[in-house]
Design a protein around this ligand. Structure first.
Ligand SMILES: [Zn+2]
Length: 271
């Protein structure tokens, strides 16, 4: 499997495959390097008690590199739910330089418009990216274990199908997040995931031999299964090998003991 992300000289992890085949598209993930603020890095989130001015500066600096200025960004008040919003250019600026104007209780965004950047924040949860080249529809979703077992990946695919996207045209990328070797969960998560497996074959969970009722959970494999069940072609599903906990390039909620900054996923059409 080809690694969908390439670290560029400006420090961004870019989805090179999509940017190459579609001029005007900018898509990728930030690292923790190169910013200011209380987390000694490039924290992109307002809701983690960082200095808001530092976060604004971090965002403005990245806007230049991404090719879409921060006043055209859209951000969400993320709640680990499965609510998805279609946004348009008029939403540009919401949640971009403060948290209060962000879209409330939203974990997924999509658009066809140019001149708007869809942004979501993470520290271990999975960034999902969606692209339909024929309709120019783009989207992203924030999928921790709750969003993943809630099926936010397939919810996006269903919405796009209703609006005319053909399943065979939809490509998805499963982005940098905590890997199955680093992420342990309790039996409750397995129970909630079971509804997706009619044969009760829980492929994404590996029992921890040292701890009863504890499992290593591959959020990446799980989301791949969700996409396959939603009808996305296997050859159109790209999974990164980048783990936010294994790699020193990223903030990790688990590794850093809960007190840490956030990376940002982004996807947008430049004007
Ligand atoms: Zn890892």
């Amino acid at each position: 499997m080809v690694e969908p992300f390439k670290k560029s000289v400006d420090g961004l992890y870019r989805i090179e495959r999509w940017e190459k085949k579609s001029p005007g598209l900018t898509a990728g993930f930030t690292s923790k390097h190169g910013g200011s603020g209380s987390f000694n890095g490039l924290n992109m989130a307002f809701h983690v008690n960082d200095d808001p001015l530092a976060v604004q500066q971090n965002r403005m600096r990245m806007g230049d590199k991404m090719g879409i200025q921060v006043r055209q960004w859209v951000g969400c008040d993320q709640t680990h739910g499965t609510h998805i919003e279609q946004v348009s250019k008029e939403d540009g600026g919401r949640g971009a330089l403060d948290y209060d104007s962000a879209l409330t209780s939203t974990d997924g965004l999509y658009t066809n418009d140019q001149g708007i950047l869809l942004t979501l924040c993470y520290a271990d949860c999975v960034p999902l990216y969606f692209y339909d080249q024929s309709s120019k529809r783009i989207g992203s979703a924030h999928a921790g274990w709750k969003g993943s077992v809630g099926g936010i990946g397939s919810a996006m695919i269903e919405k796009w199908e209703k609006q005319g996207s053909r399943l065979e045209d939809i490509e998805v990328v499963i982005g940098p997040s905590i890997c199955g070797d680093c992420y342990k969960v309790g039996k409750m998560v397995v129970d909630k995931a079971e509804k997706w497996y009619s044969d009760y074959e829980i492929k994404s969970f590996l029992p921890d031999s040292d701890e009863p009722d504890t499992f290593y959970f591959s959020l990446q494999n799980f989301n791949k299964d969700i996409f396959l069940k939603a009808g996305v072609l296997e050859e159109n599903i790209y999974i990164t090998r980048l783990c936010t906990s294994c790699s020193p390039d990223f903030f990790s909620y688990r590794r850093d003991g809960g007190h840490t900054g956030r990376m940002m996923s982004y996807i947008g059409w430049k004007e």
